[in-house]
Design a protein around this ligand. Sequence first.
Ligand SMILES: [Zn+2]
Length: 384
Amino acid sequence: MRFEVSKVLDAIEARLTTDPALARAVVDLSEIVRYADLDGGRPASSVRLGLVVDALSRYLTEENVPVYVVAQRGLLSDTDLTSNERMVIRRWADDGKVEVVPQLDDRIYEVAELLGLPVLTRTRGEQFRSRRPWVDEPGRLLAAIAGDGGQPVLVSRVGRGDPAKQIERTPTGERLLTRVWSCPESNCTSFGSGGDPDSPFADMRTFTSPVAQPPPALRAGAPSCPRHGAKLRDAGPRPAVEVLSVRIDGVVRQRFVVSTEEPVVVGRAPEGGKGIMLGQWLTEDARKWISRGHVKLILREDGSLLAQDVSTNGTGIRPGGSEDDDERVTLNRNESRPLAANDVVELYGGVNVGRSKLWATGGLTQPGSVMGEAPTMALRKFNR
Ligand SMILES: [Zn+2]
């Protein structure tokens, strides 16, 4: 049985992010590609990132969980990977989808600390314990190991772990993420500005939006580019963001970011392919009720989050998530209302949007896989 590695890599690509608002865990790609025991295959395989991404989805019981991938530059020329795999990883690096660093040092631990994320690793972080004592806290280091039935599972390196526990960003992390940073290297994907828009090469590269810039590395206390090592320049305040979730019939389907710069429309199929498209998850009745663009979420400079109805049938607000229909407020076309911390937007019965913090778990025991038609057994055969 053959399956297409390139299809799996495409599916994995959709889960890669260095956006502090969306990443759910940090991984060292150079470590993970060598988990040969997971599939009994070649010494190194990029497809194992997919196995680990799937394990994270199951751990969080949530769909479409993105990971922050760091790779040591040497991996780009590691001949244990196929030339196709090396090419794909190089493209991911060029597009800013994964972070490539000359030396790994403790970058994954730094990212995990600044952003308040778990590290997916089989090590115990011994060499960093003095500087980062949190490596000994339950749930901070999660090891991907072969579970019963061949599917990899994540196991906390310390204690029993608690997927529901929210790890907080450090104050330093919060402070760094209030600014936009600029790298002096002209081709910096992560901290670049896109260069001269009139240059014939202006559209040759993708640049990370200032709203989604990864956390700088700290070198002797100075914010620095993790890739180029150069000191970063403070380029001004960063737009504020709020992370929201779409939850349908008790299952979190997708997280998304609303920034003060960019409102987001949620609906069955918002115009122009922008916004959050719900169509694929809706029942026939919900599809009929929910407009293509249904509700617009707006984050204002004063920090308040607004829901504005843009639909044909109106948008419900359930104050504090109340199940009581008498408390439900209906917004008619173009009406808007600020959302209190626990308010839930209702597009149709069971089709909700709210702040991601509201829902500690994704509510899905068998989330979709990036491996597609390639179960672990097929992978095993393919690799041999
Ligand atoms: Zn740079």
